[in-house]
Design a protein around this ligand. Structure first.
Ligand SMILES: NC(=O)c1ccc[n+]([C@@H]2O[C@H](COP(=O)([O-])OP(=O)(O)OC[C@H]3O[C@@H](n4cnc5c(N)ncnc54)[C@H](OP(=O)(O)O)[C@@H]3O)[C@@H](O)[C@H]2O)c1
Length: 224
């Protein structure tokens, strides 16, 4: 039975990852901040184990990782925040911006570090859920905190891909689409089912490379 680890597993894209992998017969380690409040996650049937982990608290991720002994075929670093309250240039709230970077960059990278040994054991894959909003080539302005966090995450993904290629681990960042979740809002273009089906196909096709591409859920390549 292949094993997947998902962060931010209690709602949105992370929850849908849990549902789809569990329905496909995978063992799922579902990480979330407050398992006691994750009723929808608890209701998912299949081989799902729920663990507490706040990606801003590196000790919490390490403790959770240390408690899991399975080799990990796929790690999905999905947890993220938008941080609209960081505001825009001219009136930036640096404490909020800092917390966005701590979650979207440090949190994702710390998750990869915590589970790197598990992924090595399986010669597995690490997928970072990034955003097209992190593309410098595509950027139209606005969204300072979120955009800079995802740009940094993309660079981190490339650095980690190069660091782990020698261990036969495939690493890449992905854009999940504009998805109807709490973050994506009601006007989003696709639902979580469509996003995660696409992401799962792409994750299935990931290969070991020191220089991954930045792909959208539908396979379209996005400019860095
Ligand atoms: N929706 C979109 O249109 C869209 C587009 C591009 C990229 N993305 C990316 O896709 C990923 C998932 O987004 P989503 O749309 O599913 O958002 P969402 O519905 O707002 O869910 C965000 C998830 O991240 C978790 N999270 C936030 N901070 C955390 C922390 N410090 N530790 C652990 N978990 C934390 C949340 O947990 P709590 O419930 O505890 O807050 C929640 O499970 C994010 O990385 C986001 O940037 C989304």
């Amino acid at each position: 039975m292949p094993t997947v680890v998902v962060t931010g597993a209690n709602r949105g894209i992370g929850l849908e990852c849990v549902k789809q992998y569990a329905a496909d017969g995978w063992k799922v380690h579902a990480l979330c901040r407050r398992p006691e409040k994750a009723a929808e996650l608890e209701a998912v049937s299949g081989a799902v184990e729920i663990h507490a982990a706040d990606v801003m608290q590196h000790a919490s991720i390490n403790e959770t990782a240390n408690g899991i002994t399975d080799p990990v075929d796929v790690l999905i670093a999905n947890a993220g925040v938008h941080g609209k309250a960081a505001g825009e240039f001219g009136a930036l709230e640096y404490d909020v911006w800092r917390s966005v970077i701590e979650t979207n960059v440090f949190g994702a990278v710390a998750t990869a570090e915590a589970f790197a040994q598990h992924v090595k054991k399986a010669k597995g894959k690490i997928a970072f859920i990034s955003s097209k909003m992190g593309s410098i080539g595509d950027a139209s302005g606005g969204g300072m905190a979120y955009r800079t966090s995802k740009t940094a995450l993309n660079m981190a993904a490339k650095v980690i891909a190069a660091a782990l290629a020698g261990d036969d681990i495939a690493v890449a960042p992905f854009h999940p689409g504009w998805v109807e979740t709490d973050m994506g809002g009601p006007n989003a273009l696709i639902d979580t089912g469509e996003s995660v089906s696409g992401l799962r196909n792409l994750i299935g096709e990931m290969t070991v490379t020191a220089s991954p591409k930045f792909l959208s859920y539908d396979g379209a390549e996005i400019e860095w």
